[in-house]
Write a protein that binds this ligand. Structure first.
Ligand SMILES: O=C(CO)COP(=O)(O)O
Length: 269
């Protein structure tokens, strides 16, 4: 049973703090960054939260070496993956290659992939299936842009992305998937969603999961919030019933800040 959050919520879901380094840090920088995090984090931190870093592909081997050599409890994953298993796909990385490197997670459908690489829900769905097929856990990103938010259509928009991303994925695989709600207008802008905004959408996602799958699955899937998460705003977000963790961009590049996020319980909400 996971420990209670500051608000006293008791969900049974272990919180997950994932750092998305995006296109930052080379494979040598990565060694230093992971070591700094690993030195700061202690056993009780890992009992309280799952800690995941998602560096660029070129850093994964370095990160694996540091983590395995010293048996750090930090987990790691990739920021993207190919939907294809293998073959003539120049520049692509297969899920099986990531699994072989010890990755536990792969982010799929990040809004930057959707926006700059034209990824749609069908592709996100195919990538999630590839990740699950390789026995890893996808972190499936959803979230609305500013125009959709202003029009008040954010919940419908996100639920349509959920329906698309999860299409024909069986319950036992959805159970080990992670959903990350990242409103595009909050990413890298310093404008974090209010805890109520985050809760509204995360709760709607959970309700949708309950509609799509039975057997209590909706209560088991972790739903993260992402978008300008920092050490001083995480506790209020985590106090929300349906927010089970964070997908952190900029602040995950600062080991002190990321460790503070992982230790949100020590700071008042
Ligand atoms: O996109 C994000 C994580 O995937 C969020 O980025 P920031 O935390 O820098 O806003």
């Amino acid at each position: 049973m996971a420990p209670a959050t500051p608000s006293g919520k008791q969900t049974g879901r272990k919180p997950l703090m994932a750092g998305n380094w995006k296109m930052n840090k080379n494979h040598l920088d990565a060694i230093l960054l992971v070591q700094k995090m690993a030195f700061a984090l202690k056993e009780p931190d890992f009992e309280a939260v799952d800690v995941v870093v998602c560096p660029p592909f070129t850093d994964l081997r370095s990160v694996q070496t540091v983590i395995e050599a010293d048996r750090y409890a930090i987990q790691y994953g990739a920021q993207d993956v190919s939907q294809h298993a293998s073959g003539a796909y120049t520049g692509e990385i297969a899920a099986s290659m990531l699994a072989k490197l010890g990755c536990s997670y792969a982010i799929v459908g990040h809004s930057e992939r959707r926006e700059y690489h034209g990824e749609d829900d069908a592709l996100v769905n195919a990538k999630a299936k590839a990740v699950l097929g390789a026995e890893m856990n996808p972190i499936i990103c959803v979230g609305e842009g500013l125009e959709v938010r202003k029009a008040g259509a954010h919940v419908a928009h996100v639920l349509a992305q959920i329906d698309g991303a999860l299409e024909k994925i069986p319950a036992d695989q959805v159970r080990r998937s992670v959903i990350a709600y990242e409103p595009v207008w909050a990413i890298g802008t310093g404008e974090v969603a209010t805890p109520q905004d985050a809760q509204e959408v995360c709760a709607a996602v959970r309700t949708r999961l309950a509609e799509l799958y039975d057997g209590g699955l909706a209560d088991q899937v972790r739903i993260l919030y992402g978008g300008s998460v920092k050490g001083d705003n995480i506790a209020k977000l985590m106090a929300q019933d349906d927010v089970d963790g964070a997908l952190v961009g900029g602040a995950s590049l600062d080991p002190g800040e990321f460790v503070k996020i992982c230790r949100y319980r020590e700071f008042p909400a």
